[in-house]
Design a protein around this ligand. Structure first.
Ligand SMILES: O=C(O)CCC(=O)C(=O)O
Length: 343
């Protein structure tokens, strides 16, 4: 595996370089041509300093408050990891698309008794999946930052919908590994349009379980048809399709994203990425959202695990350009550069 990716560079992005806060987001912000080229080539892009330290602290503080206030007794003793054996598919999980729900770390729970083995603030793996509408600090950085919309426009989205959000806690010494996966396995549209945005709230190192990415893996053979995690046709929870695991992802060339708090990482739907357990004494909070195309011509799949009772029209739109031409084909030289319809 190669050297750490400290930054993919984004010198052209004034707002990012100056660490402009969400509330002072500049209309002038946009991804540069080299940013687009890098994203097209690698399947991910790091934008250092996207959040100011004040914005990063506000998100972190909002998560700390939720962790202080939740009642562990009210949360099902389900754990949430990418290990399919442990992925719970109960009503709590399935209803979390429009809620602020808490999911325990496997290692934080005594599997025999259900007792917490660590303080409740460290026992949570993630909080999701509608922080972006229900919690003001998360709403501000998800729906209220014009630069997020500018990124989506540059990548070819005509009507980007924020489908889900998660705050990943990955607590010191208890935060588990996230197995290699692609986000398009967990959320899908036809054609595929999922874009992940991931912001660490703390500096990331290999010790505290930084994200790893396999550059170019979004262009591997078969990337367009991942094994999917979906709702079962018989209404009884979720399943992987096909049920059996295929060949493991090729992790050769994976790079650790040892990046600073407040950076933004863009993740293509078919990019192979993962993180190791947090073995350190340092936290590794991170916030992420996933955006899908909501314009005519793209369908949010009815078997996605995440469904809103009102349907996908309930997902908030960052903007609506209607039938405006996609920039992807014009500015980025074809389908592979953007995300929308271009896994
Ligand atoms: O935060 C992490 O460690 C992994 C997050 C991730 O891969 C995801 O949410 O898809």
């Amino acid at each position: 595996m190669s050297a750490a990716v400290a930054a993919s560079g984004n010198a052209d992005s004034a707002a990012s370089a100056s660490g402009a806060s969400a509330s002072s987001a500049s209309d002038a912000f946009e991804l540069s041509a080299s940013d687009l080229e890098r994203f097209r080539r690698d399947g991910f892009l790091v934008l250092p300093g996207f959040w100011s330290s004040a914005t990063t602290a506000s998100v972190r503080a909002a998560a700390e408050r939720l962790l202080d206030e939740y009642d562990p007794a009210a949360i099902p003793r389900s754990v949430f990891t990418t290990d399919e054996q442990q992925r719970h598919s109960d009503a709590y999980f399935l209803a979390s698309g429009d809620a602020v729900s808490f999911f325990f770390e496997a290692a934080a729970i005594d599997q025999a008794t259900g007792a917490l083995l660590v303080p409740k603030q460290l026992a949570i793996n993630k909080i999701g999946h509608n922080l972006h509408e229900r919690e003001p600090a998360f709403r501000a950085v998800s729906l209220g930052d014009a630069r997020v919309a500018a990124i989506c426009r540059r990548l070819g989205f005509r009507r980007p919908l924020v489908a889900q959000s998660m705050h990943i806690v990955k607590g010191p010494r208890v935060g588990g590994a996230v197995r290699p996966h692609v986000d398009g396995a967990f959320l899908a549209t036809a054609p595929q349009s999922v874009l992940g945005l991931w912001w660490p709230c703390e500096n990331c190192t290999q010790r505290n379980g930084c994200l790893w990415a396999v550059p170019g893996s979004h262009r591997r053979p078969g990337a367009e048809a991942p094994r999917r995690f979906r709702r079962r046709d018989d209404g009884r929870g979720t399943e992987f399709l096909p049920p059996e695991e295929g060949a493991p992802f090729d992790l050769a060339g994976a790079v650790p994203l040892e990046i600073a708090a407040g950076s933004l990482v863009l993740l293509h739907a078919a990019l192979v990425h993962f993180s190791e357990a947090n073995l350190s004494d340092q936290g590794r909070h991170a916030y992420s959202i996933h955006v899908v195309e909501g314009a005519e011509g793209t369908t949010y799949l009815g078997d996605n695990w995440l469904q809103r009772p009102e349907g996908p029209s309930a997902f908030p739109a960052l903007y609506d350009d209607g039938s405006a031409a996609r920039e992807e084909g014009d500015a980025a030289g074809g389908g592979a550069a953007g995300v929308s319809g271009a896994v």
